[in-house]
Write a protein that binds this ligand. Structure first.
Ligand code: MN
Ligand code: MN
Length: 364
């Protein structure tokens, strides 16, 4: 973790910030190596240009954080104590920072007011982009974890496809997928597993329930796991028993759009180009109005993270980025198809970390 803390201090200098107070679960893990879900309690990494870093955790987690490899100072607080006063006592050991970065997309107003109360003269600034920019390029070690998370997602889809039979419900299939993944050592999914069938596939964010799979249904799987703090995300759509001509046309259009976008992944190409290429292909097939979301999103410690892979993003692709490519077409009364892979950028282009087959499968 020390390298990351060194890089962060370098970034603080570059951004003319004295210090940064990091509280999101993902950034705390990224900087400290300690992965925890504190619920409403405060967990924070404080890094400044002038002093050693400090980790703030509930007292009951001090030993866990040490075990995770945190070697610097810690402030462990009990539930009856005021964590902000303890933090101020710590800061008072040296000069109070003139400026402090916060994660504006995460830090609550309640916490902001508490911090403002103890640090009335410190300039509080948005520093979300500093950490987003650091996290967007993954290290070798992060690549390995993402790849392992991706192969568990492949296994999850394979398990789900194998579970399809007439009369089984969406939730039954989800139970089977997650049971088998738990047996592989997966502690948590990266989001609520989605299995949608029939007309429900026409909603990109539909809710699985006890709907039973019937012959002629499309069945859409969207799932991912967390592996040692890193997320995966895959979508596959299959047909059960048979497929209509229009469903097949939708399927082939999405598949081609996905392949074209993946082939376009080269270092230096703007992110937005990938969305445009897929959207053009889908538009030419006259399904443009049914592709209702961006082509994808960055992923890593968070399942959705920087960058947003939308059509107007001019950020150039760089080696070490990891993101999804996931075009979809959702036609009411016909159904929906989405195909999603996790892409890792190398100097040669895209490496797909998810590898489950995506040619149309008709499950008999
Ligand atoms: Mn996704
Ligand atoms: Mn997904």
């Amino acid at each position: 973790m020390t390298n990351r803390l060194d890089s962060l201090i370098h970034e603080l200098k570059r951004n003319d910030l004295d210090s940064i107070f990091v509280t999101s679960k993902a950034n705390v893990y990224y900087l400290s190596g300690y992965y925890t879900d504190p619920h409403e309690r405060v967990v924070a990494v404080y890094v400044s240009q002038s002093d050693d870093p400090v980790l703030i955790v509930p007292a009951m987690e001090v030993n866990d954080a040490k075990d995770a490899g945190w070697n610097y100072d810690m402030i462990g607080y009990h539930d009856h104590e005021n964590v902000w006063e303890l933090f101020l006592n710590h800061l008072n050991k040296s000069k109070l920072p003139e400026s402090m970065g916060l994660e504006h997309d995460h830090f609550t107003l309640e916490r902001y007011e508490s911090l403002k109360k103890i640090l009335s003269t410190t300039h509080l600034k948005n520093a979300t982009n500093i950490l987003s920019n650091m996290r967007v390029i993954k290290s070798k070690q992060e690549y390995t974890l993402l790849k392992q998370a991706a192969s568990l997602a492949d296994f999850g889809v394979e398990t789900g496809v194998n579970a399809i039979k007439e009369g089984i419900s969406e939730l039954d299939i989800i139970a089977t997928i997650e049971y088998e993944l738990k047996k592989q050592g997966v502690q948590e999914m990266s989001f609520s597993t989605m299995v949608l069938s029939g007309g429900k596939t026409a909603s990109p964010h539909g809710t699985p329930d006890q709907t039973k799979i019937q012959k002629g249904d499309m069945v859409l799987f969207d799932l991912g796991v967390v592996f040692e703090g890193y997320c995966s995300d895959i979508t596959r759509t299959v047909a059960y028993h048979s497929i209509s001509d229009e469903q097949q046309q939708v399927y082939e259009t999405v598949l081609k759009a996905e392949q074209k976008a993946i082939e376009a992944c080269k270092v230096g190409v703007p992110v937005g180009k990938l969305d445009q290429i897929a959207r053009d292909h889908i538009g030419e097939a006259s399904y443009g109005e049914y592709f209702t979301h961006r082509i994808g999103h960055g992923l890593g410690i968070d399942v959705h993270e920087y960058p947003s892979m939308h059509g107007e993003n001019e950020l150039p692709l760089q080696e070490g980025m990891c993101f999804t490519i996931e075009p979809g077409i959702y036609v009411p009364n016909v159904g929906g198809v989405r195909i999603e892979d996790m892409i890792f950028m190398t100097d040669k282009g895209a490496e797909s970390l998810t590898t489950y087959p995506k040619e149309l499968q008709i499950i008999k």
